[in-house]
Design a protein around this ligand. Structure first.
Ligand code: SF4
Length: 257
């Protein structure tokens, strides 16, 4: 494969999603590949020393048989993190399909049903997440649980409430992400939802003042999001985003061997 560092990749396995979030920046122009083709990509990644994959989308669990990719990746010794809205998961499904994960990251921007419905996350969003996190904490203590929160104009005053709520879980990390308007719905809504950098920092400072270090807090801005990620689109394109522009490096399936 051409010389690109694929040590850590974010694999957007599908564009499909069952939610309609106002800050969504998923790719919307890429056909997903068959399981067979994605298995080939996984082999190429392994040959090129990939150590860690974040499985995302869209909603990654909507890619049929994604667990076969995760299980194979696990068998290859790669670290696997699933980023999900959790909506397709039940304890039984998790146990059956996802027990080989190293970590799971749930998206959580609001606690109340009203806010989650308004924002496109759907009904019973937080109560379902709570049930899933408590289940994973109890039955799969070796799987790290993380939460991603995007800081928006509408939830910037709710961070302390979210912090106090999620403290009841065994979390390994809470990632606080400055609203990113790279593409899609997020780009269209950027004037409505974006916060300033000063505001973002001020809100983080408020949280840090009461943080008891029972889990890690990581803050993410557009810049470190871009620096830390090489992405694979559903069609196998390897993409690096620089200053909000997606740069196609090459298609792994066609040119990666
Ligand atoms: S942010 Fe995630 S859950 Fe929401 S619409 Fe986009 S892919 Fe789906």
């Amino acid at each position: 494969m051409k010389k690109v560092n694929v040590n850590k990749v974010c694999w957007n396995i599908t564009e499909k999603c069952n939610r309609n979030c106002k800050h969504c920046f998923r790719f919307r122009n890429s056909e997903e590949l068959s399981l067979e083709d994605n298995m080939k990509i996984l082999n190429i990644l392994k040959e090129n020393e990939t150590k860690s994959i974040s499985w995302t989308g869209g909603e990654a669990t909507l890619y049929s048989n994604i667990e076969l990719l995760i299980n194979k990746s696990h068998a290859m010794g790669i670290n696997n993190n699933l980023i999900t809205n959790g909506s397709t998961l039940t304890p039984n499904i998790f146990k059956e399909k996802f027990s080989n994960l190293d970590s799971i990251t749930f998206s959580l921007d609001f606690l109340s049903d009203e806010d989650n419905i308004k924002f496109g996350r759907g009904d019973n969003y937080y109560s379902h997440l709570k049930e899933m996190i408590n289940y994973i904490n109890k039955d799969f203590p070796n799987i790290k649980v993380k939460i991603n929160t995007v800081i928006l104009r509408d939830n910037k005053t709710l961070l302390i409430d979210i912090y106090n709520a999620i403290k009841s879980f065994e979390l390994s990390k809470w990632k606080l992400i400055k609203f990113v308007s790279f593409r899609g719905t997020a780009y269209k809504n950027k004037d409505r939802y974006a916060t300033t950098t000063d505001e973002f920092r001020r809100r983080i400072d408020e949280v840090m003042k009461i943080h008891d270090n029972s889990f890690e807090i990581e803050t993410v801005t557009t810049l470190n999001l871009e620096e830390n990620h090489v992405m694979i689109k559903p069609n196998g394109d390897l993409v690096k985003t620089v200053q909000g522009i997606d740069n196609l490096l090459f298609n792994i399936l066609k040119e990666g061997e």
